[in-house]
Design a protein. Sequence first.
Length: 172
Amino acid sequence: MSAARHRALAVALNQPCPRWRRELPGAARLSVAAARAAVAGAGRPLRAPAELSIVLGDDALLRRLNRLWRGQDKPTNVLSFPGEEKPPRAADAPLLLGDVVLAFETVLREAEEQRKRPTDHLRHLVVHGVLHLLGYDHVRVAEARRMEALERAVLGRLGVADPYRLSEASHG
């Protein structure tokens, strides 16, 4: 079943921030793999061929998007913009899941602060963003637990350590 999900998902990648290529040369490949793993591990099979996009941007882009769409005049690590639930589309057109946009400077700064490998933090944020596109959220405690459990499972299959272990230990 996961192979069918892989074939049914197209991932478009855009890198307007050249620092991703220079300083994390594997970022594009790792992001696409993380997005595919998130869809495969989400427990919500795709009903039709689907497409999502990943934008490897910078703090300036995320600040603009965050201000425009969330009213917060500051950069953030990742933003997800879900596609329409039932958009009008041609029968053979893919379902547009939405966009996941990441900020280079914030992702690297957080990775350093949290003592994580930048590539692991990137994959975590891509998985997190894609799960939002698939309808998962973390507003309520029960939702957050379910979403974090999925993130842990998907990341574990990618060989990424539990991203919440260190933060929970430091808050405990």
